[in-house]
Design a protein around this ligand. Structure first.
Ligand SMILES: [Zn+2]
Length: 69
C-alpha cells in the first residue's frame, strides 16, 4: 500500500487596498470619538452637560495618563 503525501492548499484572500479605505476611515473616526470621550474633561468642547461622562470614564482617563484632578 503506497502512501501519498497530501499537501493542503491554503488560499489566502487578497483584499484590495481600495476596499480597506472606507473601513480604515470608519475605525479611525470611531477611535477618535472614543479618545474624545475618554479624554473629555467636561470643559468647553464637551457635548453633554454635567459630569456624567467624566465619571463613566474616570478610571480609563487615569489609565491613559490624562490629567484629571
Ligand atoms: Zn481622576
Amino acid at each position: 500500500m503506497a502512501q501519498t503525501a497530501v499537501t493542503p492548499e491554503i488560499e489566502f484572500p487578497t483584499i484590495p487596498l481600495s476596499d480597506l479605505g472606507p473601513w480604515a476611515t470608519f475605525f479611525g473616526l470611531f477611535a477618535a470619538i472614543v479618545v474624545f470621550f475618554i479624554s473629555a474633561d467636561q470643559g468647553a468642547i464637551s457635548i453633554p452637560a454635567g459630569t456624567m461622562i467624566h465619571e463613566w470614564v474616570h478610571d480609563a482617563r487615569h489609565l491613559l495618563g490624562y490629567p484629571c484632578h
